[in-house]
Ligand binder design. Sequence first.
Ligand SMILES: Nc1ncnc2c1ncn2[C@@H]1O[C@H](COP(=O)(O)OP(=O)(O)OP(=O)(O)O)[C@@H](O)[C@H]1O
Ligand SMILES: [Mg+2]
Length: 392
Amino acid sequence: MKIERILLKNFRALHDVELKDLPPFAVFVGENGSGKSTLFQVFGFLKDALMNNLNTAMQRMGGYKEVATRGHTGEPIVIEIQFRMAITGKERLVTYHLEITNRNGASVAQREILRYKRGAYGSPFHFLDFSEGQGYAISNEEDFDKSDEALTKDFQTLDSPDVLAIKGLGQFQRFKAANNFRHLIENWHVSDFHITAARQRVEVGVAEHLSESGDNLPLVARYLHQNEPGTFNGILQKFEERIPGMSKVDAKVTEDGHVLLRFADGSFKDPFISRYVSDGTIKMFAYLVLLHDPRPHPFLCIEEPENQLYPRLLGTLVEELRDYAVRGGQVFVSTHSPDVLNHVDLDEAFLLKKEQGVTAIHPLADNQQIKELVEAGDKLGWLWIQDLLEIQ
Ligand SMILES: Nc1ncnc2c1ncn2[C@@H]1O[C@H](COP(=O)(O)OP(=O)(O)OP(=O)(O)O)[C@@H](O)[C@H]1O
Ligand SMILES: [Mg+2]
């Protein structure tokens, strides 16, 4: 699955933004306050709305009035995502359209649609179409090639107009597109990594994937060590190459039923527990665990991955993020680092700019002068330092 296009309206500073032809690995740069975190919040918001409901997700962001673009609080918030995914064995270009409105202080799904084209011609067919908790979904999408009449509209009323139809219906196998899209959102990873969380020891348990905050790092390390020794050894080897002195990491189970990470420094006999190693050490280990996940997420968002890391390591990190995009599906990254940008290809880079209080997003590949400079051998990070990314 890959996101091809995103249309956002009225979501904080993203008053009217369309991102087209998104690559598998996309990097977003821009001044402070230009809207990078806001773009990433959209994905977290949608996941939260799916796992819970619209009101809960909106409240966590400060409420509808805070989320809607200033001066436009009477207008709906629109999130439209177009993505490629296999449905009943065929690749389809599917559009998910969500329109959220504020009704007496509560957020409701004014319209929610999943649509895709049934043939080479004609307008896309709505396989799911709900308005304020009522609507239908097609329950025999496998009959895709048959006539409209052969498709069965299964009319439903949701528990509440702030519940997404893809949540209610997505759990049923018979609604293929809704089921697939729900599965995608549930499995996307919007990193909210905190070094302090990743340093903690944790109660014994099982975790296969690194959590968004990184607070289950010892459990994932233990899982990989026990179940994926090849992967774990590969991680250790890379870790050793990148952090001077580090020779081994293990996840020790303590007598009181906790798991803690220990880092062996070749110069000393006793290992250091995670609380006493450096920030960059924890972060690099967590990235290696995240990016070498044997079952990668279909979509991964990471803000400013360069923080705490030595600049020379950033080229390799970019390579690993790009590889992950190939294995998983797609990776979005924001950055303030010229060293990161120096390793990014022109068609992977997007510049965010505040224009009259709202965000505009420009693909750098659209800029002829930048294109010529890159073709002549310049790197994006160098151009950025010289303030040349802004030229039109
Ligand atoms: N409802 C709203 N309407 C319009 N603008 C808003 C709204 N809510 C927040 N903003 C503005 O949106 C801007 C975008 O902030 P954001 O955190 O996305 O920037 P950023 O690119 O991540 O910056 P940084 O590099 O500092 O992390 C902020 O300047 C904020 O004031
Ligand atoms: Mg930010």
